[in-house]
Design a protein around this ligand. Structure first.
Ligand code: KIV
Ligand code: ZN
Length: 520
């Protein structure tokens, strides 16, 4: 590999999935993994296999179904974690085990209660254990950015000698600033024997809004792998945003002289996909993929743009895949056109799912005059969220409600449980939507505190589909749900049920380990 190539290590499915409310089910994770492969990422961190049976199953399924990029599983520095990661990855031709152990004084003293020599011993043992399973081993000294430089160099020297092939330097709490972080990378390059034999990687959190800046500063000093997530999702304020890092390197190639293997035209659709499956909206003014990223409002800018685009535009929207026109298909469009549009929108559906999307498309085309991208996305999502009875804890069969100025709002809801039994109940509420939510809570026995409920039209016109977006809390954990339908009551019920299903899945795997919460 040439020296000017930056490896993109995507951790949307691992660190990104640790975002509050971002948990994904198996079908959603597979969908994202396929999209990341199409995007051209070099490494997909698929999850933390020991965390729960669901996490193991997801890493295993991705390892089996997604070939091309390296597939990576996270493990703490202990045999059980490492062996479990190896087991999950064993069917992939390019498996990587990513072992981590905290090194900073704060973590050593308060979390691990380990002395420096013990840390080095455990790190080396962990790397050797991982090496006994796979040749591609990454080591991360957690909280590296707050670790004493000399000790960090000792740890890195030891793991390089033990056989690590990538060494990642995480700024776990987003504390670093660009000059200091770059100096840390430079220090390691100067003081670690054999450092040129391994790939030096960076992993920055965004607590001070510096994750992208820190990552870019580090590549100037020789880091050649960047760990990042789509839309920058991740623990707390998130990780470095993949789309921003990639477009900064591309747009300022004159300055960095570096390149990635990312198909930048797929950035926009991948961003939309992640936003849809996690329910985490992208802020309007977000760089690269936000709704306003290429919108020019001021008259003076518009005038300049008309005369010469480069006056106010440093990137072209088409380079990141922003659709030039929203209008796509009509009643007479065939399967082939639909399939192509589905792929362009970033979805990876099997033949059975595509057929269902096609059937739903025909029904929708009969009801709606024009079909927009957002309509197609809505149809694809219905497939991705796998709401077949038995696949999630609860599936909506029917909902109806009664409301008006002279009546008490009420709703009747019918749900399937996982075992295939139908449950019916009714409730009254402050309004029809409230009554629907209460009826669902009565059936499922799960109560949530509603934090936000939004309804918007996904396209234009009176026949447009409505999107319901819900954020709710249960025992301090936040969850989001999102659903689209031409019937807003149905969309609201589906979005609420998504929250309930995410909670039910979480309750099943309640013992789930969070990598940063638990000692090695
Ligand atoms: O932020 C961090 O330190 C991590 C490690 C597990 C690499 O995510
Ligand atoms: Zn992290």
């Amino acid at each position: 590999m040439s020296d000017d190539r930056i490896l993109i290590f995507d951790t949307t499915l691992r660190d990104g999935e640790q975002s509050p409310g971002a948990s994904m089910n198996l079908g959603e994770k597979l969908q994202v993994a396929h999209a990341l492969k199409e995007l051209g990422v070099d490494i997909i961190e698929a999850g933390f296999p020991i965390a729960s049976p669901g996490d193991f199953e997801a890493v295993q399924a991705i390892a089996r179904q997604v070939t091309g990029p390296v597939i990576c599983g996270l493990a703490r520095c202990n045999n059980a974690d490492i062996d479990r990661a190896a087991e999950a990855l064993k069917d992939n031709p390019r498996p990587r085990i990513h072992v981590f152990l905290a090194t900073s004084a704060i973590h050593r003293e308060f979390k691990l209660k380990m002395a420096k020599d013990e840390i080095i011993r455990r790190a080396v043992e962990g790397v050797r254990r991982a090496k006994s399973h796979v040749s591609d081993v990454e080591f991360s000294p957690e909280d590296a950015a707050r670790t004493e430089l000399d000790f960090l160099a000792d740890v890195v020297s030891a793991v390089v000698e033990a056989g690590a092939t990538t060494v990642n330097i995480p700024d776990t709490v987003g504390y670093a600033v660009p000059e200091q972080y770059a100096a840390c990378i430079a220090h390691l390059r100067r003081h670690v024997r054999g450092i040129d034999k391994v790939v030096l990687s960076v992993h920055c959190h965004n607590d001070l809004g510096l994750a992208v800046a820190n990552s870019l500063a580090a590549v100037r000093e020789g880091a050649r792998q960047i760990e990042c997530t789509i839309n920058g999702i991740g623990e707390r304020a998130g990780n470095g945003a993949l789309e921003e890092i990639v477009m900064a390197l591309r747009t300022r190639r004159d300055f960095f002289g570096l390149e990635t293997g990312i198909q930048t035209k797929r950035l926009y659709s991948t961003s939309r996909l992640i936003s849809h499956v996690t329910g985490i909206a992208v802020q309007r003014n977000k760089a690269i993929v936000g709704q306003n990223a290429f919108a020019h409002e001021a008259g003076i800018h518009q005038d300049g743009m008309l005369k010469e685009r480069s006056t106010y535009e440093i990137m072209r929207p088409e380079d990141v895949g922003v659709p030039q026109t929203e209008l796509v298909l009509g009643k007479h469009s065939g399967r082939h056109a639909l399939r192509q549009r589905v792929i362009d929108l970033g979805y990876h559906l099997d033949d059975g799912q595509l057929e269902k999307v096609y059937e739903a498309f025909k029904v929708l085309a009969d009801r709606k005059k024009t079909i927009y991208d957002a309509d197609i996305e809505a149809l694809c999502e219905q497939q991705v969220h796998s709401t077949e009875p038995g696949q999630t804890a609860w599936t909506l069969e029917a909902v109806s409600c009664n409301a008006g100025s002279a009546t008490i709002p009420s709703a009747v809801v019918c749900l399937w449980d996982k075992e295939g039994t139908i449950h019916r109940d009714s409730a009254i509420g402050d309004g029809p939507i409230d009554a629907v939510f209460k009826a669902i809570e009565r059936i499922t026995g799960i109560q949530v505190v509603l934090k936000d409920y939004r309804l918007r039209s996904v396209t234009v016109g009176e026949d447009a589909q409505g999107e319901a977006h819900i954020e709710a809390e249960h025992q301090g954990k936040s969850m989001s749900g999102r659903a689209i339908s031409t019937d807003v009551i149905e969309a609201s019920a589906e979005a609420f049920l998504q929250v309930i299903n995410r909670l039910a899945a979480r309750q099943e795997g309640d013992t789930r380990i969070r990598p940063t919460e638990n000692p090695a």
